[in-house]
Every structure is written in C-alpha cells, then in structure tokens.
Design a binder for this molecule. Sequence first.
Ligand code: ADP
Length: 262
Amino acid sequence: SQERLLMMQLTAYARDQRLLITRDVTQIEKLETTRRDFVANVSHELRTPLTVLAGFLETLRDMPQEALTQEQRDQYLSMMHEQAQRMQAIVADLLTLSTLESSPSAEPHPVRIGALVQTVRQQVEALSAGRHDMQWRIDDTLDVLGAENELSSAFANLLTNAVRYTPDGGTITTTWERLPDGGARYSVHDTGIGIAPRHIPRLTERFYRVDRGRSRAVGGTGLGLAITKHIAMRHDAELGIASEVGKGSTFSLIFPAERVAE
Ligand code: ADP
C-alpha cells in the first residue's frame, strides 16, 4: 500500500503538471492572439490616413498645373497635413505605451499637483477655446509621489477627452481633493455625451472607441485611456469611470494614502 500511495501521488503530480502546462499554453496563446490583434489594429489605424495622404499626393502630382486654383491646392495640402498629423499622434502614443510597458518606474518623488494642473489647464483651455465652462477645484497643498511627466499625461488625457466629448456650452469640472482615508482623488466631470454601460469595461483597451468616426473627427487616437490606465497602475492608483448617456461622465484617478504627501 506504500507503493499504491506513491503511485497515487505520482499520478496526481503528473495530472497537476499537465494542468499547469495546459494553463501555461492557454496563457501564451492568449498573449499571442492579443499581440496579433494589436499588430493588425496598428496597421489598420495607420493605413487609413496613409491611403488618404497618398491619394491627395497622386492627385496633386497628376493634375495639370492650371487645373487647380491656389486655394484648392492649399486645401489639398492642409488635408494632407492633417493626415500626417494623425499618423504622428498615433505613433507618439504607441511609443509612450511601449515605454510605459518596458521601462521600470523611476524613483518616485513629490510632484506638485497644483502647479502641474496649472500647466495642463492652459493647454486644455486652449483646446476648448471658450466653448466650455471650465471649473477648477484644486487643493494645492496635496502632492503625489510619482513621475511628473506621467502624471501630467494622465491628467491631460482625461481633460482632453472631456473637452472632446462635451458639446459646446457644457461644463467641465476638475477636482483634486483629499479623501477621508488619507488618499486623494483627481476627477474630471463633464456634461458631455456620456457612455453606455456595456462600453465602460472596454474603454482602456488599445484602440477601443465607442464611436470610431467621432473619435477621429475630434483628433483621438484611441490610445489615451490605455496610456492613462498604465500610468495609474504605475502609481498604485485606480482609474474610475462613471457615466450616463446624454448626461455626462466622470473619470477619476484615486491615489492611495502612501502616494500622497502634504
Ligand atoms: P480617443 O483618442 O478615441 O479619445 P481614448 O482611449 O482616450 O481614445 O478614449 C476611448 C473612447 O472612450 C473614446 O473614443 C470615447 O468613445 C470614449 N470616451 C473617453 N472619454 C470620454 C468622455 N469624457 N465622454 C464620452 N466618451 C468618452
């Protein structure tokens, strides 16, 4: 029966190993599918502006000089420029994502959130160009231990989205406040178009958009929230999303007490 016990143990061991290996393979296959999807998505995202760009170039090349007025020529050039800028934005965001994924976090130091929001505010108010009522409630005694450039991108991303997805005349309220548990919350509330519940869990996937056409029209790359989520993780922060279609959305970054300094 000693032998029988050993046999049983060995069988159990072999089964566990098989289970482990099966699980590993499934994991690898899943990663591989994700990678393949990603490459397919990147290609698709870059191909669209490139096709438009090449089309305009050919037209300009093949049209006889006198067939186009200066005004038409300028119009073509500015449309080409727009497509090139879109590709630049996609490539810049891809590089940011890849840096976030491959490089370890830098040694955290205190980041003055008050000053950081001030800088972001200028960029975002320029983007809104007076079309929205922007409200700021910032506790500038609260700092975060982290990486300034990353925090700045994350804060700017959420605000840029609020501006993009809020029709003219809407209100955007940015709050930076202490929480009762000693942590702190940065939140951007807008009275924009809102997001249906089924989309919310997928928003941080790369290139996921609720409305592709709309995102393109407002200059989005579909990577902003994927980047923001990464930055949140690198700061032990949580990205919270609450939204109602037609009413608006609130995106927040919640930092634990260990990351907050006075
Ligand atoms: P994009 O560059 O397309 O804005 P993001 O990753 O930043 O990409 O956001 C993904 C999608 O989430 C957007 O395309 C949009 O559909 C939705 N979204 C993000 N922020 C908001 C918001 N404040 N209001 C409504 N929809 C939003």
